[in-house]
Design a protein around this ligand. Structure first.
Ligand code: HEC
Ligand code: HEC
Length: 317
């Protein structure tokens, strides 16, 4: 079921090309111009760092998630074609490049011969996104590892994408676990995401869910988001016109799936109803509420997602 690696072929021609270019330079006597820049740059920091390597390491603080290992060992898992289609069968990337999923990966580049790959810049963005779904040093606390793991092996209960690993002994799982384990849990607090203010959600953000004025099709969020996995504006019991504390908590918990603290443009709550011409997702069956990131309400929400408690501008704009 797993381990057909068609998707990976994309990276091979690229590597092959790089080697060919280097070789042809050597062959035409341009060895120096190719080799010198790298050779010239490398030893300097190496030599400088060497005598005080321990001191430098101490200064850098606890080991963070390693990008190199991610690129080499983890990203191939996300890219791998498993020879099937659907939950538990498709390559992770087939679903996770789409605007409807969390862990939103960069769109793939094509190499002209049917292969696909990510540029280094794209991989770095993926690295940020994927890193947000792991707890450094703690594979078992990492959603990346637990969502696709079978329940019987301790995986988490819910993954629309299905289950990919029957046990933690599987090579994919081990590769990801090694990456996560190598990082120090203390490195997490260094880059800890800001806390998103629940009280502001309860009193201010939820008012957006009931307001139909600013939406293209004149339907409030609550009309469509009243139940199910996107039910962050759950149906109100008869006789009440606003959510109580407990319902607000539940709404908040569901909406949190669509929020990346500290990253407004990585938060689908902010990108889904935002015009696609200004950073929004391609499609939302509920239409657009914000036509640009300059919309005062959008700016307010961005500040909130960044951990602030801004002034509420839902009604007075
Ligand atoms: C068939 C489509 C599909 C495939 C294939 C898929 N996913 Fe998902 N994944 C989803 C959707 C949809 C969600 C959001 C709903 C959910 O959390 O189940 C999701 C959610 C997640 C989450 C976030 C869970 C959370 O707690 O917020 C992680 C992590 C994840 N997937 C990892 C993976 C990995 C790793 C693979 C490949 C081994 C993969 N997915 C394959 C569709 C898919
Ligand atoms: C007319 C019905 C409708 C309205 C009104 C509506 N939505 Fe949606 N929304 C949907 C549907 C259906 C989906 C899932 C398909 C899609 O992505 O378009 C969705 C998806 C979303 C998602 C992405 C969820 C995911 O699974 O990735 C977010 C976030 C969202 N809506 C927020 C809002 C907000 C905020 C409002 C109000 C400003 C709103 N929606 C209004 C129907 C609606």
């Amino acid at each position: 079921m797993r381990s057909r690696i068609d998707w990976n072929h994309g990276t091979l021609p690229a590597i092959g090309m790089a080697v060919l270019i280097a070789v042809s330079h050597v062959g035409t006597g341009e060895t120096r111009s190719v080799v010198t820049p790298t050779a010239g740059e490398l030893p300097v920091p190496l030599i400088a760092a060497h005598p005080s390597a321990a001191a430098a390491a101490a200064q850098q603080g606890p080991a963070a998630l390693d990008y190199g290992v991610y690129k080499e060992r983890v990203e191939p898992v996300l890219l791998r074609d498993r020879g099937g289609y659907g939950p538990g069968l498709s390559a992770c990337v087939t679903c996770h490049v789409q605007s409807g999923t969390p862990m939103r990966l960069q769109p793939l580049e094509e190499d002209g011969s049917g292969g696909v790959y990510w540029t280094d810049e794209q991989s770095r963005r993926n690295f940020d996104v994927v890193s947000a779904l792991v707890a450094p040093g703690e594979p078992e606390e990492s959603r990346l590892l637990m969502a696709p793991l079978e329940l019987s092996a301790g995986g988490s209960g819910f993954h629309v994408g299905g289950k990919f690993w029957e046990s933690r002994d599987e090579a994919d799982w081990q590769a990801m676990a090694a990456w996560v384990s190598a990082a120090d849990p203390r490195s997490a607090s260094a880059e800890a995401a800001p806390e998103v203010d629940f009280e502001f959600f309860r009193t201010c953000v939820q008012r957006i869910f009931q307001d139909r004025e600013q939406v293209a099709n004149r339907m409030e969020c609550a009309a469509c988001h009243g139940s199910g996995v996107r039910g962050f504006a759950q149906d109100l019991p008869e006789g009440r016109d606003f959510w109580n504390e407990q319902e607000s908590r539940q709404n908040f918990e569901l909406l949190s799936r669509f929020i990346e603290p500290g990253d407004p443009l990585g938060s689908r709550f902010l990108t889904h109803p935002l015009d696609s011409h200004d950073g929004g997702d391609n499609y939302h069956s509920g239409g657009r509420r914000w036509h640009s990131q300059d919309d005062p309400e959008w700016r307010m929400l961005a500040a909130w997602v960044n951990g602030d408690t801004p002034q509420c501008v839902v009604e007075d704009r």
